[in-house]
Design a protein around this ligand. Structure first.
Ligand SMILES: NC(=O)c1ccc[n+]([C@@H]2O[C@H](COP(=O)([O-])OP(=O)(O)OC[C@H]3O[C@@H](n4cnc5c(N)ncnc54)[C@H](O)[C@@H]3O)[C@@H](O)[C@H]2O)c1
Length: 301
């Protein structure tokens, strides 16, 4: 489905991104495999993970090149996009997948932990997308795929930095879809559920924990890739501004915010009338303080 196309995947040295790169190449794309080769927390760097994935693609007869620049800096994000243009002369799809975690309860989260996560996820997604935008605009085609998370879409404990970044990415994607529709450029989000090092630190001491982790392991990283390949392809030419979730063999189209219910009072509202009239009327539609696992409460299949 991607014959003749060039696809850039960030954070493609491991986890979900590696399967994206392998699947894009198997579908015929030339792939820029970007990965800083850093730890889960974003400490250290190595070109080895990206090079390893490139080796794997070439061994299978595909075309790929490795890039170890960070997405979290405007100049180096431009180098990632430039690598595609220099080597392959074009760029057709960008997958913003690179990510790190610095989990901490909000009341203990440091400014450094906040910034590091916003820099890689939200700023990094903007930098790489923005660096590719002039080329997409000039060629009047292009596809963006951004990784979001139900930590932002629904909620999760101890991830204020990550949730804010991932929901920010949803706004970024929708804005790109709106701003670039006239150039036939598309932008969509995927919220994956997959067993990777990002969720691989769950303890497995008790039989209960072991059973839970066995189920989580059925959410293989490779299960996310078919949707990404499809969204990068011309078959998805009329799909833009959407948010999908993937959990093993399930694919969800996620809701987007719309007004749920409204109240109106002739002459306007006072704090008092809000308390005894507006809030009781709206309360039926309030949301429970749910986390991702409360909403996705059944086993993956
Ligand atoms: N695994 C899940 O269940 C899950 C759930 C929701 C969202 N996601 C999102 O999916 C994406 C992939 O996650 P994963 O689970 O495969 O994690 P992962 O840790 O296995 O992969 C992330 C990759 O990004 C790279 N990276 C980190 N900082 C970078 C930088 N500044 N520049 C370039 N590369 C960098 C890392 O080296 C790593 O190889 C992330 O955006 C993550 O937030 C994953």
């Amino acid at each position: 489905m991607l014959e003749g196309k060039v696809v850039l995947v960030t954070g493609a040295g491991g986890g979900i991104g590696r399967d994206f790169a392998l699947a894009m190449a198997a579908a015929g794309a030339k792939v820029v495999v970007n990965d800083l080769g850093t730890s889960l927390k974003g400490e250290g760097a190595s070109s080895a993970p990206a090079e390893q994935v490139v080796k794997q693609i070439r061994a299978a007869g595909g075309a790929a090149l490795a890039n170890a620049d960070s997405v979290a800096d405007w100049a180096s994000a431009n180098r990632i996009v430039q690598a595609a243009l220099d080597s392959y002369g074009r760029l057709d799809a960008v997958v913003n997948n690179a990510g790190i975690l610095r989990d901490r309860f909000f009341f203990n989260m440091s400014v450094e932990e906040w910034r590091a996560v916003i820099d890689v996820h939200l700023n990094g997604s903007f930098y790489v997308a923005r660096a590719a935008a002039p080329h997409f605009k000039a060629q009047e085609s292009g596809a963006y795929i951004h990784m979001t998370s139900t930590s932002g879409l629904v909620g999760n404990l101890g991830q204020a930095n990550y949730a804010a970044a991932k929901l920010g990415i949803v706004g970024l994607s929708k804005s790109i879809a709106l701003d670039m529709a006239k150039y036939r450029v598309r932008s969509n989000c995927i919220a994956p559920f997959a067993w990777s090092r990002m969720i691989g630190s769950i303890p497995t001491e008790t039989p209960d924990q072991q059973a839970r982790v066995a189920k989580l392991k059925s959410m293989e990283t490779a299960k996310i890739a078919p949707l990404a390949v499809y969204l990068a392809s011309d078959a998805a030419r009329d799909v833009t501004g959407m948010i999908f979730a993937v959990r093993a063999n399930q694919i969800f189209l996620m809701a987007q915010n719309r007004p749920l219910r409204s109240v109106h009072r002739e002459g306007g509202w006072t704090p008092e009338t809000l308390a005894w009239h507006a809030m009781p009327a709206l309360r039926a539609h309030f949301y429970a303080l749910e986390r991702s696992q409360d909403v996705f409460s059944w086993d993956p299949f």
